[in-house]
Design a protein around this ligand. Structure first.
Ligand code: AMP
Length: 461
């Protein structure tokens, strides 16, 4: 096993760039992948962001491409999002700085003119999202004849985002003789299928068991009955600005992200928070990420799609304001903290309807997320009628998914809910929730029995 980068017999230009980047020792995926890639093997790498997987394929690829040649690309790297594509390009720039290799990055969301002009200048490497690559190929802007390398990064996310059709089209238009590398944090059925279509006798490299969160991340779960209490808890945690100095708050929708952003803006000032989601313009997103990276802002509020592949080191905390519904996103979200050799904490807020997804996540990561009591001094709010209805509805849907025979408890409960909601005090309301959740969902049952949704006797302001 290689202990140093020198052991890989990389050329001087690359070794100097690695030195400049401050990498002293290969990470496990780099140890395992660089040698086989240099010797021309196809690779299937099961690794999440934060493990150093980008350098694991970029370094040997640069070594093999050596120097600029002709005008047509010789390597194509496919990535699911603009952010990830840009980060890969950044990595390439860092390691190719002493070479004359040229990289063009292609992604949607803005007009193709500049990208076409870049392609016309000639390039050796293309980093692209599948859709934009295909559009420009079909418009005759890219010659694929000389491609020797095809990399799929975050293949699982590309499948989730519905790129399978574009990827199949791309596989039809690239030369048959080429080296293929596929990286994915998780190995679902679709990833297996695309790996089968794409890789030839691959060397499988797994740095941690499938979907295992990085060991440098401490995970905490708070069972929180409702939105308002989630906000109270968030506010309580953020009071500790020394510990929570650089954090990402994940939300499941653009709408929630915007609301949390406004909430943080009001409390902590405009200059301490930014938000990124799919409706934000490309430039706004880039500016926000850069401001966060450079430590100008303390809080980044993000949705899953916007945050995929986000490479920010030294994030002290990830807060999952909502539990992700695409359960694989949990691993990606918490991978933003504890990157490379740093440690970090990932905190998840879970309401009774979200317990269902937590159970699935725990199965996926093959570990229980440690539950903590809501801290002293956090006021446990009464769940408003509408929110209770929403939660009950969601639990019914979940029950039906698990058991199509299930008739649904939601409608039966409706009448009694209407009667007593207004009168209940926090403690009482929570107790009643306890009863009904117990009846309705086995998943919520466990959390409830741990007392986490109970009226908090300490919950006085
Ligand atoms: P990645 O998994 O490629 O997104 O990389 C995660 C982070 O680890 C990035 O910030 C890299 O710059 C950093 N990194 C990658 N390889 C090394 C290494 N050998 N030594 C130190 N940091 C590294």
């Amino acid at each position: 096993m290689a202990q140093t980068f020198e052991d890989f017999k990389l050329n001087r230009q690359i070794l100097n760039a690695i030195d400049d980047a401050g990498y002293t020792q290969p990470t496990p995926i780099q140890e395992k992948a660089i040698g086989p890639i240099l010797s021309g093997q196809d690779i299937m790498g099961v690794a999440q962001t934060g493990t150093g997987k980008t350098a694991a394929y970029v370094l040997p690829m640069l070594m093999k491409l050596k120097y600029a040649q002709g005008v047509d690309p010789r390597a194509l790297i496919l990535a699911p999002t603009r952010e990830l594509a840009m980060q890969i390009e950044e990595n390439i720039k860092i390691f190719a700085k002493y070479t004359d290799l040229r990289t063009v990055v292609l992604y949607g969301g803005l007009g193709p003119k500049t990208q076409i002009a870049e392609l016309e200048k000639g390039c050796d490497i293309i980093v692209a999202s599948p859709g934009r690559f295909l559009d420009l190929y079909l418009a005759g802007n890219i010659n694929t004849k000389y491609l020797q390398f095809l990399v799929m990064d975050e293949a699982d996310k590309m499948m989730d985002m519905g790129f399978i059709g574009s990827i199949h089209r791309i596989l039809e238009v690239v030369p048959r003789k080429r080296q293929n590398l596929l990286f994915s944090a998780t190995m679902g059925d679709l990833v297996h299928k695309i790996a089968g279509d794409f890789l030839k006798f691959p060397t499988v490299i797994e740095v941690a068991p499938q979907a295992t969160p990085a060991q440098t991340v401490t995970q905490i779960l708070y069972n929180v009955p409702n939105l308002k209490t989630k906000l109270n808890l968030l506010q309580h945690l953020l009071k500790n600005d020394e510990e929570f100095h650089r954090l990402i708050i994940f939300c499941k929708t653009k709408n929630v992200a915007d609301n949390i952003f406004s909430y943080c803006e009001r409390r902590y000032g405009t200059s301490s928070v930014r938000v990124i989601h799919a409706n934000k313009g490309q430039n706004t997103r880039i500016n926000s990420i850069n401001a966060f990276k450079e430590g100008e802002v303390r809080i980044l509020v993000a949705t899953d799609v916007a945050a995929r592949g986000l490479d920010v080191t030294n994030v002290s905390h990830v807060i999952n304001f909502d539990v992700p519904i695409v359960i694989e996103d949990y691993v990606h979200r918490i991978g933003r903290t504890g990157r490379a050799y740093n440690t970090g904490t990932a905190i998840t807020f879970c309401n009774p309807a979200e317990t269902y997804f937590i159970k699935k996540i725990e199965k996926l990561i093959r570990q229980d997320i440690p539950i903590e009591e809501i801290p002293e001094g956090v006021f446990i709010e009464e769940t408003p009628y509408n929110e209770r209805q929403e939660i009950a509805k969601e639990i019914d849907i979940q029950k039906r998914k698990e058991n199509p025979e299930f008739k649904g408890a939601f409608h039966d409960k409706k009448a009694s809910n209407t009667k007593d909601t207004k009168k209940t005090k926090p403690g009482k309301q929570a107790k009643e929730s306890k009863e009904s959740f117990k009846e309705r969902t086995a998943a919520a049952k466990k959390a409830l029995s741990k007392g986490s949704f109970q009226g908090n006797k300490r919950g006085k302001r």
